[in-house]
Design a protein around this ligand. Structure first.
Ligand code: NAD
Length: 540
């Protein structure tokens, strides 16, 4: 993930309708409303509680955004009970009625795009040029898409004649697609609105109710989506948000009234969740990590190949699961490719996520260890520098920025890493094997197609893969051989709502988006219809 479309027009800028909270000045002199206290959203309203609190920091500055009331077991129970109580009425609505609400939510998300984008950028460190033009609008697209599908998402059963079933020759069976009940989602921090929308929109379209837990690093925008869904007419209890830390997710995983869990996060956590969810036989969808390849052939348009490599490494400061961090370039075009890549990358502006001119924003800031993720990324870079199998070509350092209020003062401790390029000679080095989750690209050389495909597939992951070539037959031949859930030909990381997204191998299972996501949120009931007498002649 993730660019739903690159050709968006700017939304109207006169949409500053306030959310229900006070204003906070965070950086760059911009002023907009952010709640000073972040609470869970249960049964259509914020749910105050006493107990443990944690801090939510802005990656761009290190400033405290808000204090988060960490959900307790009682909070989780209340959220699940609310979703359970709302299920009968919500699932009994016609698909068209549910779809109308989701479509209205899509319209409202677009109207609130300016505020939502700022909030997402403050919370996640993603440049506002991305959140405003791609990520929030991508969430709106997702609600609109499933709003449209809702009227047939749950009624697409099959009818089969059953002449050999031992009954009458006219007997038959039919299937019904039915919702599951209370579904839960646990999200990662790297593109919070989209991660959430991909789970919630199809689940609600199918008639389920939902409890969502955003990442502890980015609790804010899921709550705003909850407010928007209510404004769109969603009945209370159909969608609930529980905010908390790493202790909160397991309470949802174990909850016996949660019938389905969709998880986005690291492979390590995913494995833990699958084991725990098995105790209550929950259906699970796993959207996990990746270490994806991009193959640049000698017949590719080199400028396009450079563009694809940049979009798949620098976007969202490299914090994208499907990023093509292993770029295999044919020997004959490698020099030109590297020269052009370095030229263009040097022009990128690393800095304040709220500055519209910024290309590369801030590394995420976990509440319990503000520099933890940046330190992890820099750790990979330092070890790669010390490894003779890698040659540093560009970047390789942290980056300091000046923000409003002067350097060194409170709120000027953002986490930034320069876009970093290594040329690598060994596919088995740590840098080439492991998911770094930062702006760090490895370039590898190849000469032979079959060898390149084999090397591309030599990973435990299988989330994305790309091929740049003008040879039509090669494009499809290689696409077929990639061991990956998503393949892009002559582009990378585009993920419109219509397109199923998910992984092979240790990148997970199940598919989000497209009509395939309907399988995640429905169960099949078979109904046998006897058209004749019961044949009980085997009994006296
Ligand atoms: P993470 O696994 O640390 O955390 C993800 C979520 O799981 C958080 O909300 C966290 O609170 C929760 N959690 C942690 N421990 C838990 C437990 N034992 N039980 C239940 N929930 C628990 O991941 P992260 O650092 O937030 O995200 C980065 C990772 O996510 C990267 O590996 C990235 O590749 C992956 N990712 C995958 C996709 C995809 O679609 N495949 C998309 C985005 C991110």
């Amino acid at each position: 993930m993730l660019r739903t479309s690159l050709s968006r027009l700017s939304p109207p800028s006169s949409l500053l309708r306030p959310f229900s909270s006070s204003s906070t000045r965070l950086t760059s002199g911009k002023c907009f409303p952010i709640p000073s206290k972040t609470q869970s959203w249960i049964d259509g309203k914020y749910h105050g509680q006493s107990g443990e609190e944690m801090s939510n920091f802005s990656p761009g500055t290190g400033a405290l955004i808000s204090t988060v009331e960490v959900a307790t077991q009682a909070t989780i129970d209340a959220a699940v009970a609310s979703a359970q109580a709302a299920f009968p009425a919500w699932s009994a609505l016609s698909g068209a009625e549910r779809g109308r609400i989701l479509t209205r939510a899509a319209v409202l998300i677009r109207e609130y795009n300016s505020e939502m984008s700022l909030l997402e950028s403050v919370d996640a460190g993603i440049p506002v040029s991305e959140t405003e033009f791609v990520q929030v609008l991508g969430g709106a697209d997702c609600f609109e898409y499933y709003g449209g599908l809702a009227s047939n998402a749950c009624v697409t059963g099959q009818m089969m004649d059953t002449p050999h079933a031992g009954g009458h020759k006219d007997s038959f069976c039919y299937t019904r697609r039915e919702p599951l009940g209370v579904c839960a989602g646990i999200g990662a921090w790297n593109y919070p609105v989209l991660v959430m929308s991909w789970k919630v929109a199809p689940a609600l379209a199918c008639g389920n109710t939902f409890v969502y837990k955003p990442s502890e690093c980015t609790p804010l925008t899921a709550l705003k989506i909850a407010e928007i869904l209510k404004e769109a007419g969603l009945p209370d209890g159909v969608f609930n948000v529980v905010v908390g830390d790493r202790t909160t997710g397991p309470m949802l995983t174990r909850h016996s009234d949660v019938k389905k869990l969709s998880f986005t996060g690291s492979t390590e956590t995913g494995i833990r969740i699958v084991k725990e969810a098995a105790e209550t036989l929950k259906k699970v969808t796993m959207e996990l990590g990746g270490k994806s390849p991009l193959l640049v052939f000698e017949d590719a348009d080199v400028d396009n190949a450079v563009g694809a490599a940049m979009m798949s490494n620098w976007y969202t400061q490299g914090e994208i699961c499907s990023n093509a961090t292993r770029v295999f370039v044919h020997k004959s075009v490698k020099e030109e490719f590297v020269r052009k890549l370095v030229e263009r990358t040097k022009q990128l502006k690393v800095g304040d996520p709220l500055d519209p001119l910024t290309h590369v924003g801030a590394m995420i800031m976990p509440p319990d260890n503000k520099t933890g993720h940046m330190d992890r990324v820099i750790g990979y870079i330092e070890r790669a520098k010390a490894d003779p199998r890698n040659k540093l070509i560009l970047g390789g350092n942290t980056h300091t920025i000046e923000v409003a209020g002067g350097k060194g003062g409170s709120g000027n401790e953002g986490c930034y890493v320069e876009p970093t390029i290594f040329e690598c000679t060994d596919d088995n080095s740590e840098l080439v094997k492991e998911e770094v989750f930062g702006p760090v690209m490895s370039i590898l050389e190849f000469e032979d197609e079959a060898d390149a495909v084999e090397r591309a597939n030599d990973t435990i992951y299988g989330l994305g893969a790309g091929i740049m070539t003008n040879n039509l037959a090669r494009a499809h031949r290689v696409a077929k051989q990639f061991q990956s859930g998503n393949v892009w030909i002559n582009n990378y990381n585009l993920t419109p709502s219509e397109m199923p997204f998910g992984g092979y191998g240790m990148s997970g299972y199940g598919r989000e988006c497209g009509t395939y996501a309907i399988d995640n949120y429905t169960q099949i009931k078979n109904v046998y219809v006897e058209m004749g007498d019961v044949d009980s002649s085997c009994y006296p």
